[in-house]
Structure formats: C-alpha cells, structure tokens
Design a protein around this ligand. Structure first.
Ligand SMILES: [Zn+2]
Length: 129
C-alpha cells in the first residue's frame, strides 16, 4: 500500500501548534518556580530590618510581572483552543456547541491529532459534527 507524502500545510500547522503549546508549558512551569521563589525571598527578609521594604518590592514584582504573565498564559490557552484544523479549516477542539481541549481528533472532521496526511475515517459515524 502506498503511503501518501506528508502534506506541508499539515506539518506547518502542527509545528505551530506544538511551538505555541511548548511556550504555554514553559510559562506554567516557570510560574511554578518563580512564584514560590518570591515567597521564599519574602520569608527570608521577614525578620530583617529591610522587611517592610522587601515586602513592597516583592509585592510590586509579583504584580508587575505576575499579572502580564497570567494574562499571557490565558491568551495562549485561548489561542490553542482556537487552533484551526489543517484539513477542514474549522476549529480543531470545538464546534459551536461542543468543546474538548484534550481532543485527540478534530471534533469537526475527525482528523487525528498530529496527522500529517489525510487518514480515512475508520467508521462512518461522526458523533460531534
Ligand atoms: Zn478538521
């Protein structure tokens, strides 16, 4: 059986999705390290003469860096939700009434996630379209 060559637009779409998702993971993991580190710094300065000044600086850092950080995480998560399927050019993870951010197939055309070529439907039933 001849295998079809990977479609360049499919490969490009998945590369973009993978790159953006990787940024989301990096931001989330960095937050898991950075925010406890700020708390530890606050605790270290708590009993010193610089306690009030240090708490103000740490609070300012948390607000100035933390709010845009969270906003960026939310925007990237929305962007990933709005990922367009390379085959049907509709949203991969949602229809007008259904949403599944963990879908392993396009909820509109059932293209498997990460597919770089058209894969025929294994069955004719399309429950979410
Ligand atoms: Zn699709």
């Amino acid at each position: 059986m001849d295998r079809m060559k990977p479609k360049p637009d499919y490969v490009a779409a998945w590369e973009t999705y993978r790159r953006v998702r990787r940024w989301l993971y990096v931001l989330l993991l960095a937050a898991l390290v950075a925010f406890p580190a700020l708390g530890i710094c606050g605790a270290l300065f708590a009993r010193t003469t610089l306690a009030e000044h240090a708490q103000n600086v740490i609070g300012a850092i948390a607000v100035i860096v933390g709010l845009p950080w969270m906003l960026l995480v939310i925007l990237i998560a929305f962007y990933l939700q709005l990922f367009v399927c390379p085959r049907c050019h509709r949203f991969f993870f949602m229809t007008w009434w259904y949403r599944n951010p963990f879908a392993q197939r396009c909820v509109n055309c059932r293209l498997p996630k990460w597919a770089t070529e058209d894969i025929p439907e294994p069955w004719p039933v399309r429950p979410f379209s």
